[in-house]
Design a binder for this molecule. Structure first.
Ligand code: AMP
Ligand code: MG
Length: 391
């Protein structure tokens, strides 16, 4: 048996980063920035008022000082003239600071009578000016590769970046295998169950930025599996589910090898999800064969498939990020396999569920954390800090 880390490094060795494409800014959210982009202008592009008030000369501000209001500057409507001694311009947030001024006295700090303003006692000393380029200057870059979040999109919009270079979405085929499986909505026979893993993994892969192709369920026959693989010629990654261990009906590996895959089969020292198959198909696509047990498939999706997909998109080849939090209660020692235990983080503390059977989807759905127990981890007491993967 090999460790999770070793298995991941074998998987990363199969990854070839995908090419890039340009997408409109509105479609860049969640995509991976493929190369640095540069601001096309300064923000603000002029010194701007940060408040509603009066623009004037800082040096002239004193309690009871008076100024004549000679005009107005609003956002999108600057004051065209120049401001001289003893003069002020009525100004609103976002308006360009008029020539000759270097401070905004907020409207609460003056009394106005006609065109004359008088500074009240104790005026707020802040200048309330956003200097030209103080947020970013033309040419400033956003470095890739990184997954673009909502705040990155706002920044790129302000930089006037209308088209964004992103890594192509990985195209992933998802293939569930098994004579016992039918689609949700179908009427199952007495010895059948509804396929669940395909849908769970599809959701996970979409969240990771993939384009997914849900293949029809393959039956436990060579012909059916061969037909399924024939629909995978033009994808980047094939995820098979089930049929991957060593039972009489576990034909996935055999068929893939017959079709030219160099197969690596890993027995991984982990729970849930011991068997994992991987290789490259003759088309060049990476194949990852996941165990069929629903929780195993989803946990292996988190632990193995997600890092592979991130690496394909040009992100750093590294394991799914872990966090730490204290245990809410004592837990027993771990055995010889790394254990990804379903649990919940609540109020900053981790509760590990009692039921850890790898077929229990309700337990997985209740979980928001996979508590990672190292091999032969000792029994731990409440309050001990442990690693977990948020799910
Ligand atoms: P297998 O790896 O094919 O031996 O499957 C192990 C267990 O997982 C069996 O109980 C299967 O019925 C179940 N299983 C396999 N594939 C799926 C799937 N796509 N959705 C739900 N359960 C599955
Ligand atoms: Mg099966």
């Amino acid at each position: 048996m090999i460790s999770v880390t070793e298995a991941l490094s074998h998987l990363f060795a199969l990854v070839r980063p995908l090419g890039s494409e340009w997408v409109p800014l509105a479609e860049a959210h969640g995509r991976v920035l493929a190369q640095p982009v540069q601001a096309l202008r300064d923000l603000p592009p002029f010194s701007a008022s940060a408040m509603d008030g009066y623009a004037l000369r800082n040096a002239e501000v004193a309690v009871a000082a008076q100024f004549t209001v000679i005009g107005e500057a609003a956002a999108g409507h600057g004051f065209a003239g120049s401001v001289g001694p003893g003069q002020a311009v009525r100004i609103f947030t976002g308006a360009p600071l008029p020539e000759g001024t270097d401070r905004v006295v907020i409207q609460e700090d003056v009394d106005r009578q006609g065109d004359i303003i008088t500074v009240r006692p104790d005026p707020d000393p802040a200048p309330y000016v956003r200097a030209k380029g103080s947020d970013f200057a033309k040419g400033q870059t956003i470095a890739g590769p990184k997954t673009l979040g909502a705040n990155d999109i706002a920044l790129m919009a302000a930089m006037n970046i209308a088209e964004v270079p992103v890594t192509r979405r990985p195209v992933v085929a998802i293939l569930s295998t098994g004579d016992e499986l039918v689609m949700p909505g179908d009427t199952p026979g007495p010895d059948q169950i509804i396929v669940s893993n395909s849908f769970g993994l599809q959701a996970m892969l979409r969240d990771l930025g993939c384009e997914t192709r849900l293949l029809p369920i393959a039956r436990d026959t060579e012909a059916s599996l061969r037909a399924a693989f024939s629909h995978c010629e033009d994808v980047d990654l094939v995820i098979t589910i089930g049929g991957a261990s060593v039972g009489d009906h576990d034909l996935v590996g055999q068929v893939a090898v017959d079709l030219g895959m160099e197969r690596s089969f890993y027995k991984i020292a982990m729970r849930p999800g011991k068997p994992l198959m991987a290789g490259r198909l003759t088309s060049g696509a990476v194949m990852i064969g996941l165990p069929g047990n629903p929780v195993s498939a989803m946990v292996c999706g988190t632990v193995f498939v997600a890092p592979v997909v991130r690496a394909m998109q040009g992100l750093k080849a590294q394991e799914t990020a872990q966090k730490t939090a204290p245990l809410a209660h004592d837990i027993a020692a771990n055995g010889p396999r790394e254990h990804y235990m379903r649990g919940r983080l609540e109020n900053g503390q981790l509760t590990v569920f009692d039921r850890q059977d790898s077929a229990l989807l309700t337990v997985l759905a209740d979980a928001n954390a996979l508590i990672v127990r190292p091999v032969r981890d000792a029994a731990l007491t409440a309050g001990t800090m442990v690693n977990y993967i948020p799910i």
